[in-house]
Design a protein around this ligand. Structure first.
Ligand code: NAD
Length: 407
């Protein structure tokens, strides 16, 4: 899918065949099979990957995934998407991704730590603040990033915080990182509603998925004056036309409970949330949630993709016909990688900013990216998704051409 998407953009841009070959393939692909001593004394061999797609624009950056279904092909595709995503945000990075084939929930904490440290050691020739900077993804978190940073630092004889991002603040993490993706969604909604001439004050919003991204976006949108009238989780959805008490719902979720047990509010099904007559719909749960069978029921004017790939290509087509503005994931949920970049910059200079300063910089970078993509979409007469890919690819092409082919 990643290659097909790239080929379509390359065709539209008229890229020459040599450049297409360079960008269609990943530059470096590393597979490692490594042993881990388990708590019961047995030894298990795990498989891990780290892939660098393209480093023309700078060191590579991308998440590390611990999941039983990780494959080399998946890691390659995710690395390529990271290249375009970093370029759309105009960050000085290329794209990378890593993964270990493991179910982290089936390991004890000490097994998880041993696995992380051994994997880090195995890929240590690839990573580093000037080379490749991993970050959390599915199945990994700030604790795993701290173990990677510590392992790498032990090998170098001094602390190297800039080797990973998404770390705890106590070891060089950035304030504002946890909320960054949801906050980025707020900034995009602000710009997109302004573009429509629609006041955000009083605008109605439905948020699908009330996890890290969805709950932060919902809370910040309420604070900005919008009316969040519906939210959903994996078990159900809540609706109240007068606006939901998002803070109380977040408190309820933090206690480990689900939306069907929350009162007040009308309980609706997760499927119904997609069809509510709202101004803004934010799918922030899983991929493929809006598809050929429900896209024609969407009544929102604006969709901001919090999740990765929440719309299928069929849904994209139907929504374009309905003239719904879709702000694509590669732009809308870039807040996380942007604040990762700001974390890395703070680590390199050993000088840390207050959260306000981080948020201001995030705001500048998100709004600039939004307007860059919007301008490209208007100039080329294409959707914002196509425009974002074209912009990302063209920035990488420019860097590849400026550097030339070595030797
Ligand atoms: P999360 O696990 O914190 O939250 C996911 C939420 O979705 C949960 O509330 C879950 O109950 C809900 N959910 C699951 N299935 C659902 C369904 N069928 N209908 C409605 N809700 C459902 O995850 P997250 O970190 O908030 O990530 C959400 C999405 O955003 C993912 O696609 C992720 O790849 C993407 N994303 C996250 C970040 C980040 O910084 N966390 C950055 C970029 C992209």
């Amino acid at each position: 899918m990643a290659v097909a998407q790239f080929d379509a953009v390359a065709e539209r841009m008229g890229l020459d065949e040599g450049l297409r070959q360079v960008l269609r393939t990943c530059k470096r692909e590393f597979t490692v099979n490594f042993p881990v001593r388990m708590d019961n004394g047995s030894t298990r061999v795990f498989t891990g990957y780290r892939v660098h797609h393209n480093e023309a624009r700078g060191p590579v950056k991308g998440g590390l995934r611990f999941h039983p279904s990780v494959t080399l092909d998946e890691v390659r595709a995710l690395a390529m998407w990271m290249t375009w995503k970093c370029a759309v945000a105009n960050l000085p990075y290329g794209g990378a991704k890593g993964g270990v084939v493991v179910d982290p929930r089936a390991l004890s904490t000490s097994e998880l730590e041993t696995l992380t440290r051994r994997y880090t050691t195995e890929i240590s020739m690839l990573i580093g603040p000037e080379k490749d900077i991993p970050a959390p993804d599915m199945g990994t978190d700030a604790r795993v990033m701290a173990w990677i940073m510590d392992t790498y630092s032990m090998h170098h004889g001094h602390s190297v915080p800039g080797v990973v991002t998404g770390k705890p603040v106590s070891v060089g993490g950035s304030s504002g990182r946890l909320e960054a993706t949801g906050r980025g969604i707020l900034y995009i909604v602000q710009e997109a509603t302004r573009y429509f001439g629609m006041p955000l004050e009083g605008a109605t919003v439905a948020v699908q998925g009330f996890g890290n991204v969805g709950s932060v976006a919902a809370r910040l949108l309420c604070q900005a004056g919008a009316r969040v009238v519906a939210v959903s989780d994996s078990r159900g959805a809540l609706h109240d036309g007068h606006g939901l008490d998002v803070d109380a719902i977040a408190e309820h979720k933090r206690a480990g409970r689900y939306l069907p047990d929350f009162h007040p509010g009308d309980h609706i099904t997760g499927e119904e949330i997609v069809a509510l007559p709202v101004d803004v719909l934010i799918p922030a749960a899983l991929e493929g949630q809006i598809h050929g069978r429900n896209a024609d029921r969407v009544a929102a004017k604006l969709i901001v993709e919090g999740a990765n790939g929440p719309l299928t290509p069929e849904a994209d087509r139907i929504l374009a016909e309905k003239q719904v503005l879709v702000v694509p994931d590669i732009l809308a949920n870039a807040g996380g990688v942007i604040v990762s970049y700001l974390e890395w910059v703070q680590d390199l200079q050993s000088f840390f900013w207050e959260e306000d300063e981080v948020n201001q910089r995030l705001h500048r970078l998100m709004t600039r990216s939004f307007h860059d993509v919007l301008a490209a979409s208007e100039k080329e007469g294409v959707s914002m998704r196509e425009a974002a890919y074209m912009l990302g690819v063209s920035r990488v092409v420019e860097a590849v051409q400026a550097r030339g082919i070595y030797p």
